[in-house]
Design a protein around this ligand. Sequence first.
Ligand code: F6R
Length: 237
Amino acid sequence: MKWIEVNSYDEMSKVAANIFTKQLQEKPTSILGLATGGSPVGMYEELVKRQQAGQVSFKDVITFNLDEYVGLDRKSPASYWTFMHEQLFNHVDIKEENIHLPNGKAEDLAEECVAYDARIKEAGGIDLQLLGIGVNGHIGFNEPGTPFESLTNIVELTESTRTENAIYFDDPKNVPTHAITMGIQSIMNAKEIVLIAFGEKKLEAIERLKSGIINEDFPASQLLNHQNVTVIYGGTK
Ligand code: F6R
């Protein structure tokens, strides 16, 4: 695991954007794994600037997002589909048909989970996966206790995660109770992973990851078994 300590959120965003820029320049047909949340907003903003300046293109890029809420219409303001379009997709030259998020409104959710992993495989597998980390060590919506071998699945959100995510909803009661998320093994299948975390709140999770102890109680610890992970972190002293 490669550790890069940064001094600001802005620096974290730029360092992460540099890794994505290099990836897109070396392989314009890259398959990217993307995340939502507060951590990647600055990186997406940076990538939009670089695309508009002609330094990178998403024209032949295929994306797969980590997760989506169950039961929310994708056009809902709080859906991850909307988030990704507002933060990135609406501002770059990506083709709509190359954008993938799990469908939280699928009639058969179990089938949607299997199909999502199959779509990733069919596309050739994820070249570069972006991750944030939850204060409890979750990656995607894989909460503590999730088996490391999990593939895309339906999860019940913990109260702490629902509280954290309530800021994206007009009423905390409207935060869905379930989500569909790529599993830990689905994430581990990526060729390269970048995890970004900035701020005091993430201190404990970063320290726990640094401790090197691999345990299903701390989902992100499985990343220690991956050959190509960069953690960009800071604001934690
Ligand atoms: C987002 C996701 C989550 C977040 C994590 C950190 O798609 O799967 O695991 O990455 O909850 O969220 P932020 O960045 O908002 O602190």
